[in-house]
Design a binder for this molecule. Structure first.
Ligand code: IPM
Ligand code: MG
Length: 355
């Protein structure tokens, strides 16, 4: 198969980990006789340096014209001033919105060999295997009005949590589709005891559940969900929630995997390319030191093969190889090991190519 892939390495450790994922994709292409073309563009702080904005129109167009986008991370201390009119994170929000990527899939698994790498007790972690489905283009991140208003007596800031019914329908339906291929259970997380958006969310989720009786639905308030993620994380399978709740809960859930460096994500729309990125940030403190764990990015490339190119076997081969590398004791610094980013990448590629 032929595919055009845009690579947006971004800032900090972004370039190091996307390089690992590209090596893995090249290995897959070689073995399967696929033709993947990679083109690199800037996003985040490095784009601000060169173009004055975190995402240029040209880069967005290149992404739109591609089959899939592989992203590293954005941000760093240099661009940290929240009052600056241009910020690296704007690039990420613009590309999500610009590509219509309303569904963010964040799988969280506890590898049996990493149960002691998490601060959560090992007996709670056994069997954790869930996907958080985070709504990505609505809610507080994009709602209007938004801004700061100077008033006679001081200043006021406003963000708006708003959801259209169709935005809730499409994300919850996607969660139900995923649930059908898994344990047939959806936990819908909201704050329906307080928020109007959550009451609409819960009503729509209940309607969809009625139409899909083969999938069990559980409604859970977000504060309870935050607690259960620590007390009984293995009880979740598919969790679906709005943008901000999903942002917060997925950082919490990442602790279950032993290191944030392990976790991939896929951002999908109804059509067009998907965007694939590890859930970790740009980690400026370790950038350029070859210490970054490439697994989150490598597993993101597996999700790219699965969701954008339909190459399920190839995706499984990457996931199995990464799993085996961990089982065999390969560890980067975040997991208490000594392997460099490149050494870890090689361990995984060796396990993809061995018989
Ligand atoms: C994430 C990040 C982003 C978000 C930031 C960098 C804008 O935290 O992908 O979870 O809040 O969505
Ligand atoms: Mg986040």
């Amino acid at each position: 198969m032929k595919a055009t892939l845009v690579v947006l390495p971004g800032d900090g450790i972004g370039p190091e980990v996307t390089s690992s994922a590209v090596q893995v994709l090249r290995t897959i292409a070689e073995r399967g006789g696929h033709q993947f073309t990679f083109t690199e563009h800037l996003i985040g702080g490095c784009s601000i340096e060169k173009h004055g904005v975190a995402l240029t129109e040209e880069t967005l167009q290149a992404c739109k014209a591609s089959d899939a986008v592989l992203l590293g991370a954005v941000g760093g201390p240099k661009w940290d001033n929240p009052n600056s009119p241009v910020r690296p994170e704007q690039g990420l929000l613009a590309i999500r919105k610009g590509l219509g990527l309303y569904a963010n899939l964040r799988p969280v698994r506890s590898h049996p060999a990493l149960l002691n790498s998490s601060p959560v007790k090992a007996d709670r972690l056994a069997g954790v295997d869930m996907i958080v489905v985070r709504e990505l283009t609505g809610g507080l991140y994009f709602g209007e009005p938004k801004g700061r208003i100077k008033e006679r007596t001081g200043e006021r800031a406003v963000d708006t949590m708003a959801y259209h019914d169709y935005e809730i329908v499409r994300i919850v339906e996607l969660a139900f589709r995923l649930a059908r291929s898994r344990k047939k259970k959806v936990t819908s997380v909201d704050k329906a005891n307080v928020l109007e958006t959550s009451r609409l969310w819960r009503q729509i989720a209940s309607d969809i559940a009625t139409r899909n009786p083969e999938v069990a639905i559980e409604h859970m308030l977000v504060d309870t969900a935050a607690m259960r993620l620590i007390t009984s994380p293995a009880s979740f399978d598919i969790m679906v929630t709005e943008n901000t709740f999903g942002d917060i809960l997925t950082d919490e859930a990442s602790v279950l995997a032993g290191s944030m460096g392990m976790l991939p994500s896929a951002s999908l729309g109804d059509k067009g390319p998907g965007l694939y990125e590890p859930i970790h940030g740009s980690a400026p403190d370790i950038a350029g030191k070859a210490l970054a764990n490439p697994i989150g990015s490598i597993l993101s490339s597996a999700m790219l093969l699965r969701h954008s190119l339909g190459l399920e076997q190839e995706a499984l081969a990457i996931e199995a190889a990464a799993d085996r590398a961990i089982t065999d004791g390969c560890r980067t610094a975040d997991l208490g090991g000594k392997l460099t980013t490149q050494e870890m990448t090689k361990e995984i590629i060796d396990r993809i190519t061995e018989k």
